[in-house]
Design a binder for this molecule. Structure first.
Ligand code: 9MG
Length: 258
């Protein structure tokens, strides 16, 4: 899954059409590089990033979603806002990737009658404050219990479990130790919950904590993290550097058969 950020800091300040052009050419490059899914996002989820009103987020992502309908590669929308989910479903997206696990009022209703895949991610608290001393008694048990509750709630609302993906939410209210405990526990979570796993570690602070590298130096560490996630049961890895990650996964697959 290639990350396509459609936020003002992710393109040069050339106005609306330049932004759309930039987003589409980046998506096309990721597809050429081997992305199987493009994840479009119009609001940064970094701790402390400004919240974006739904109208502005729609203005950013909707033209991109419609333009990508013809691209032949599945498209995901990264949003926690029901209004965006409804529009994305109308635009025919293949997945809604919700860092808030469809907990916002109206989120389940917004996606229930569609057939797109739904990624349920664990987040402690909210982006602005999630990294203020995150604490768990047992992070793997607690994240698994949270995801189980969300799966059961969505299923009880009439959503087919086969539409669901789980994601432990690396960096979303977790210390470095929590993140690596969850990375190691991927296969156990899949076995316990019976839902496939999506993992996003690309360029995150958990990579910087181990390598000592700033965000722009985290390519090799991120590839290591993606391979570890797949080795531990992930079926989708959400990454910035698609070509490099695909190459690494191809060689790893050829060498191990996994
Ligand atoms: C939007 N976003 C940022 N990080 C993410 C992650 O790790 N997983 C998912 N599903 N979405 C993410």
């Amino acid at each position: 899954m290639g990350i396509l950020n459609v936020t003002p800091d992710s393109f040069s300040d050339g106005g609306k059409f330049a932004a759309l052009d930039y987003a589409l050419s980046h998506a096309e490059q990721m597809i050429r590089d081997g992305a199987d899914i493009i994840d479009v996002g119009g609001e940064s989820t970094r701790p402390g990033a400004p919240l974006v009103p739904a109208e502005e987020e729609l203005r950013r992502v909707l033209p991109v979603l419609y333009a990508l309908r013809e691209c032949g590669t599945p498209v995901s929308l990264d949003t926690y806002k029901p209004a965006l989910m409804k529009e994305a479903v109308l635009a025919g997206v293949d997945m809604i990737n919700d860092i808030n696990a469809f907990r916002a009022p109206g989120a389940i209703e917004a996606v229930r009658d569609s057939d797109c895949a739904l990624c349920i991610m664990h987040m402690l608290d909210k982006p602005a404050t999630m990294q203020d001393k995150p604490a768990y008694d047992d992070v793997v048990l607690e994240v698994t219990a949270f995801l189980r509750e969300r799966i059961d709630t969505l299923a009880a609302a009439g959503i087919d479990r086969r539409r669901l993906w789980i994601d432990p939410g690396f960096g979303f209210g977790k210390t470095v130790e929590h993140n690596y405990a969850l990375l190691k526990a991927g296969r156990r979570m899949v076995d316990e919950l019976g839902v496939p796993l999506l993992a996003g570690v690309s360029r995150k602070s958990m990579i910087g904590a181990v390598t000592g590298k700033p965000v722009e130096g985290r390519l090799a560490g991120s590839i290591g993290g993606a391979l570890a996630a797949v080795a531990n049961g992930a079926r989708i890895v959400r990454v910035h550097d698609v070509g490099e990650t695909v190459d690494a996964l191809k060689v790893w697959h050829a060498a191990t058969g996994n």
